[in-house]
Design a protein around this ligand. Structure first.
Ligand code: NAD
Ligand code: IPM
Ligand code: MN
Length: 322
């Protein structure tokens, strides 16, 4: 039986994930669902935001549906999100940006770079080691190349090789792998790429980059499609997979029933693609587009539906077209 672990997390995770879970349960009532509680609230209650047994529970699943987690205000804090990505070796973070006439897949390396966790701080100096390994780069390059082939499109390698040695290394490995695979590729400095992607989104297809550049680029690119409330992501490894909105727990709007659940619902579509249900994934995207075309949407998109009301509308739409 297919087993789905569901993590609401914190903040608007408690609002958008219930909507996403309902959509998934409507399409797949036969799946087994387990809830796993990790995050800031759990840290407040227990002093530990994510226990070893929580990680073990996540590892029993075929796929994880994840909300977002607030960073607890504690010293020497290790991010739960990063801990999960590392423990499950979810090395490829795929962030699609689809709009009118463009379809971009940002492929973000997800386990190393500036997020390697090798750092120290003294009263006078703080350092963070940016690790870019050959194995880590080869596997993310190959993931991006596979996607570029599937999509029959250009691969753009985003880096800062004019300044950072570890990015000369990253760029060169990506180029070597692209040449070996015989795909069309180019490379750009990440700063210039960030603006050009916004000005000329149609010139991009797959973009591969290191961890933190990918983090920033995906939030910026969300501008092209109407904001963070719309962009889903897949965190994929060889054994496990986790699906989450690109946005965070949004404490500024949490608890007000105004968060846009589309990013979470689209994360369900990515989960279904991963599990091989392309029809289900397509139905979700069609339902979202149908509702937006009728201006049934939350207020970040100019609508007046609450999170729950949009959730009811998408369930009704999917039920109508079953
Ligand atoms: P955020 O993504 O939570 O919010 C940024 C802005 O976008 C806010 O103004 C918010 O209201 C808006 N926004 C986000 N999602 C929205 C939605 N679905 N609908 C409408 N508006 C939405 O980023 P932040 O405020 O910088 O971070 C808040 C917390 O979330 C921090 O503790 C951060 O560490 C955490 N975070 C967690 C994850 C994760 O768990 N994957 C991702 C990003 C940030
Ligand atoms: C994201 C988030 C995370 C990241 C944080 C919460 C660790 O911003 O998923 O984009 O930086 O990867
Ligand atoms: Mn981010």
């Amino acid at each position: 039986m297919t087993r789905i672990a569901v993590v609401d997390g914190d903040g608007i995770g408690h609002e958008v994930i219930p909507v996403a879970r309902k959509v998934l349960a409507l399409l797949h009532p036969e799946y087994e669902y387990i809830s796993v509680d990790v995050g800031y609230r759990k840290w407040e209650e227990t002093g530990c935001p994510c226990a070893d047994r929580d990680l073990a529970a996540l590892k029993t699943s075929d796929a994880i549906l994840f909300g977002a987690i607030t960073t607890p205000p504690m010293k020497d804090y290790q991010s739960v999100v990063l801990r999960i990505r590392k423990s499950l070796d979810l090395y490829a973070n795929l962030r699609p940006i689809r709009g009118d006439g463009f379809d971009i897949m940002i492929v973000r390396e997800n386990t190393e770079g500036l997020y390697s966790g090798i750092e120290e701080a003294t009263p006078d100096r703080a350092t963070t080691l940016r690790v870019v390994s050959r194995a880590g780069t080869e596997r993310i390059a190959r993931t991006a190349i596979r996607l570029a082939k599937e999509r029959d499109g250009l691969l753009t390698i985003g880096h800062k090789a004019n300044v950072i040695k570890s990015d000369v290394f990253f760029r060169d490995i990506c180029i070597t792998e692209s040449k070996a695979a015989g795909i069309l590729y180019n490379d750009k400095f990440i700063d210039a790429l960030s603006l050009d992607l916004i000005q000329h989104p149609k010139n991009y297809n797959v973009v591969v980059t290191t961890n933190m550049f990918g983090d920033i680029l995906s939030d910026v690119a969300a501008y092209l499609v109407g904001g963070l409330g719309l962009v889903p992501s897949a965190n994929i490894g060889d054994e496990y997979a986790l699906f989450e909105p690109v946005h965070g727990s949004a404490p500024d709007i949490a608890g007000r029933n105004i968060a846009n659940p589309i990013a979470a619902v689209r994360s369900v579509a990515m989960l279904l693609d991963y599990l091989g249900d392309r029809a289900g994934s397509g139905r979700i995207e069609t339902a979202i587009r149908t509702l937006i075309a009728q201006r049934i949407c939350t207020r970040d998109l100019g609508g007046s539906h609450g999170t729950r009301e949009f959730g009811d509308a998408i369930i009704a739409e999917l039920s109508r077209n079953s």
